[in-house]
Design a protein around this ligand. Structure first.
Ligand code: ASP
Length: 314
């Protein structure tokens, strides 16, 4: 039987992914197709086309994909000018002896495979970016822009409004093969070249047919430091229940010292298709700065179910 677990912003990709899983496609093909549709959805402001730009106004995208049957993985970081970073990551995994390509190298490879080009920057994103600069730059920074140090303004992006936004897909196909994938424009107005956890295999995504799959959204700076997605799988290997594994990974994150602690959500599915999603947020919020709900489908139900995440305070 097939299963699919995604985060809240993945709706555009559900129908296609489920159709492919029902037709017997591999989980890898199914999630790549689904994520491509989220990347094309301008309503999703943190993934692909319509994603918010970095501090210099350029959309730089990250994506990763992993095949739990053999742990083949591909990821791209800080790639600009292409519509589907998830497919560049997938082709890279199939055609190069590498796992992670960034910036110019990722773009060179995208060019080599004739990947679909897209500027990804929309008028609404430009307007939000300009508004942010106007509110946060001081007079001297505005006067000398862009020949300024980006260090001070970058520190101002560590907020619950900006440190977020990704789509994640976890799927099991009819052959029991488990895959995980992720795509994002990352932390809004980030320092140019910043990578989040989405292309960091083991931090933002992981899958292993023997145990299950896990993925994260939220503040990648935390999950990278704790290797969260892989930890969930390791805890499953150590015979914890799925819920225990997620809560233990959350506890590990609590132990990571940081001045700013943004929200994090952990999505996990075991090899039988059971799911668990835990979200942690900081006390002072008022905003749901981590995913308050997610989507789940199993091969039996006709439709995808919307389910509230298990919410925790940090
Ligand atoms: N995890 C992503 C990143 O750190 C953002 C998010 O999912 O909220 O880039």
């Amino acid at each position: 039987m097939a299963f699919l677990l995604t985060n809240s912003v993945a709706v555009a990709g559900h129908e296609k992914t489920i159709k492919l899983l029902n037709e017997g496609a591999s989980s890898l093909d199914a999630i790549e197709s689904g994520i491509r549709l989220v990347e094309s959805d301008p309503e999703v402001r943190w993934v692909g086309f319509g994603g918010l730009p970095n501090m210099l106004g350029k959309v730089q995208l990250d994506a990763g994909i992993i095949d739990g049957s053999n742990m083949h993985a591909g990821a791209v970081g800080a790639i600009s000018g292409y519509a589907h970073p998830i497919s560049v990551a997938r082709r890279m995994m199939d055609e190069l002896p590498h796992v992670l390509l960034v910036g110019e190298g990722a773009e060179r490879f995208a060019h080599d495979i004739n990947a679909e080009r897209s500027d990804n920057l929309t008028d609404i994103s430009v307007a939000e970016w300009k508004e942010w600069l106007d509110e946060h730059l001081n007079e001297s920074e505005k006067k000398n822009w862009p020949d300024i140090s980006l260090i001070r303004p970058s520190q101002l992006t560590a907020t619950n409004k900006t440190a977020k936004g990704t789509t994640v897909f976890l799927a099991i196909d009819n052959n029991g093969n488990i895959s995980a994938g992720s795509s994002t424009s990352g932390w809004s107005f980030k320092y140019p070249g910043r990578l989040g956890d989405s292309p960091a295999i083991g931090s933002g995504i992981y899958a292993d047919n023997r145990y299950g799959a896990a993925a994260c959204t939220g503040m990648g700076e935390l999950t990278i430091r704790s290797n969260t997605a892989h930890s969930v799988i390791l805890y499953l290997k150590m015979k914890m229940s799925l819920k225990e594994a997620c809560l233990e990974a959350l506890n590990d994150l609590r132990n990571v010292q940081t001045d700013f602690r943004g929200g994090v959500s952990i999505y996990a599915m075991d090899k039988n298709g059971e799911y668990c999603v835990v979200s942690a947020r900081s006390e002072q919020d008022g905003l749901p700065e981590c995913d308050p709900y997610f989507w789940y489908w199993n091969g039996v139900d006709p439709s995808v179910k919307k389910i509230n995440a298990d919410m925790h305070e940090w």
